[in-house]
Ligand binder design. Structure first.
Ligand code: ANZ
Ligand code: ZN
Length: 511
């Protein structure tokens, strides 16, 4: 409708259509139908094209893009290589989301309330070596540039803002009593430092073992910690879940008053946020309050309600609002909100810690142990290590004759012909990377390909792309808010940075 209207107004309209056709949905459908994903995908494409033609939808079919064909995914692999070249694609071992039904890892963005975005199975954690894109390096720009997107729905921008989750606070260096170690804690409420009555560490915190070693009930403490480690991340981040913890027998020194503060390990502290350790202020934080009540830890009021003083002995819940600072030495009487910065500076001057910005956003996990995707263009050489496939050797073709049913390992692993390769660097025998890329990588740049869908020597024609794009009118569902719409913004910014396009936001108007 929009395209037709604009055309009738005499505008130059480019209205293309294409098929984002790699990935789990297409592959799962093929398995269900007992067909090869290629056959079933191409069949579906021709059915859809016939239907669209019958409706009389005016698309420019000369510009059709099909992401599962080599002439397209060659360039998806090219983008991977460019990211690798700039240090923005890397491999690391980490606890990652695993869907036991789809038998593959998932990106954080593909886990919805702890369940797989595709099949709704509960996601578990697995310690695996995987490929990531360093989207966190773009966190600040992805956040700040939301301000440029004046024609985007507020709701989508809010979802992206929350997903990126910027927090400004202080990383405190606590000295551990009777040791040389420093324990770092991240807080957004440094104004409550005098109210810290215990420290809480994530059960996975690297200092835990050293702290507990030699304590008289070491075995019991370790048992309790093991139990917490076994709880799922999903459970542990749920505010409603029962708080569990154990005292390590050790203390830190609070730098502002020299007080000894006991160190606990607690299930509600997550290792992959902030420092994986907190100063707990039960009087002013709900979770800390619940924990302190359960384990009979002291509660100390340091922010008073302007409506009347608080009494730690009778408080029924934490007071989490702003107020007047009390019981806090030289900061007494100051308004809590305006004093955060002052105390942060005081910490920096005295080398008690430093101001820090944290993001919730994590790097984008892009490798999948599934068949129907673009192979990651990497060769592993016993001599040279990880070696990128040279651009001239692209595409790395997806083999057609493999058993593609998911087993938990990439089906490409079982194709000798695919796996065995020559190292591009030393020419010696090597093996190919067998994971495929997340289908959201394919769709993070397709709008650029519409401009010159048949270019065979480059992903897109920069000059034409700069003339037509950013997209004037983009239409899509809310389910893409923190997936496709975030990934496309990231990849556009990257392509802008390597000077292949002249704009760094891909979609002007979003409906
Ligand atoms: C002391 C404090 C006092 C806090 C207070 C809050 C209220 P956001 O806004 O999400 O960044 N925190 C820090 N790291 C954590 C982790 N790894 N796992 C669980 N909780 C963590 O929240 C920052 C606050 O969340 C931090 O500030 C810390 O608790 C907690 F009255 O520190 B606060
Ligand atoms: Zn699944």
């Amino acid at each position: 409708v929009v395209a037709r209207y604009k055309k009738m107004r005499g505008m130059n309209v480019l209205s293309p259509m294409g098929f984002d056709s790699f990935g789990l949905p297409a592959e799962n459908a093929a398995i269900k139908g007992g067909m090869h994903p290629r056959t079933s995908t191409l069949n579906n494409i021709s059915t859809m094209k016939r239907q669209l033609a019958q409706w009389g939808v005016e698309y420019d079919w000369e510009r059709e893009v099909v992401s599962c064909l080599p002439e397209y995914y060659k360039w998806t692999q090219w983008i991977f290589l460019k990211l690798y070249e700039k240090g923005l694609a890397y491999k690391k071992k980490a606890f990652v989301n695993w869907c036991p039904s789809c038998k593959t890892v998932l990106a954080n963005e593909q886990v919805v309330n702890g369940h797989c975005e595709r099949c709704d199975t509960e996601v578990t954690q697995k310690d695996l070596e995987q490929w990531f894109f360093r989207i966190t390096g773009y966190a600040e720009r992805l956040l700040a540039d939301l301000g440029k997107l004046t024609e985007w729905p507020e709701r989508v921008k809010t979802m992206q803002r929350n997903w990126i989750g910027k927090s400004e606070g202080v990383e405190i260096d606590f000295k551990i009593d009777g040791a040389d170690d420093i324990l770092k804690c991240f807080t957004t409420r440094i104004d409550t430092i005098y109210g810290a009555t215990f420290i809480a560490l994530a059960p996975e915190h690297p200092l835990v073992n050293r702290l507990v070693k030699g304590q008289k009930d070491e075995a019991a403490i370790n048992g309790a910690i093991e139990k917490m480690r076994a709880e799922s991340k999903m459970e542990r981040s749920d505010a409603a879940v029962e708080k569990e913890g154990v005292f390590t027998g050790r203390h830190v020194i609070n730098p502002v008053n020299g007080e000894k503060v006991p160190i606990w390990v607690a299930n509600y502290i997550l290792m992959d946020y902030g420092a994986g350790a907190i100063m707990a202020v039960p009087a002013h934080d709900e979770r800390d309050f619940e924990f302190a009540k359960k384990y009979k830890l002291p509660i100390k009021v340091v922010i008073d309600d302007p409506k009347g003083p608080l009494d730690a002995a009778t408080m029924k819940e934490a007071y989490v609002e702003e107020g007047v600072i009390v019981n806090s030495g030289k900061f007494n009487g100051l308004p809590s909100q305006d004093t955060v910065k002052k105390i942060a500076l005081y910490f920096e001057e005295n080398k008690f810690g430093k101001r820090q910005v944290q993001y919730r956003l994590r790097d984008w996990l892009i490798s999948r142990q599934r068949y129907w995707g673009a192979p990651i263009p990497i060769v592993n050489c016993p001599k040279c290590g990880i070696v990128p496939v040279p651009e001239k050797d692209l595409p790395v073709l997806l083999p057609e004759d493999v058993e593609f049913r998911p087993t938990g390992e990439s089906p490409l692993k079982f194709s000798k012909e695919f796996v065995n390769a020559k190292c591009p660097k030393c020419g010696g025998p090597a093996t190919r990377e067998t994971d495929t890329m997340d289908t959201f990588v394919d769709s993070s740049w397709y709008f650029l390909r519409y401009i010159s869908p048949k270019s065979s020597d480059r992903p897109f024609e920069t000059e034409l792309v700069n003339r037509w794009l950013p997209v004037d009118q983009y239409i899509g569902g809310i389910e893409h808010a923190i997936l496709h719409l975030l990934y496309s913004r990231f990849i556009s910014k990257f392509l802008y940075d390597i000077k292949t396009i002249s704009f760094d936001e891909p979609f002007r108007n979003l409906f």
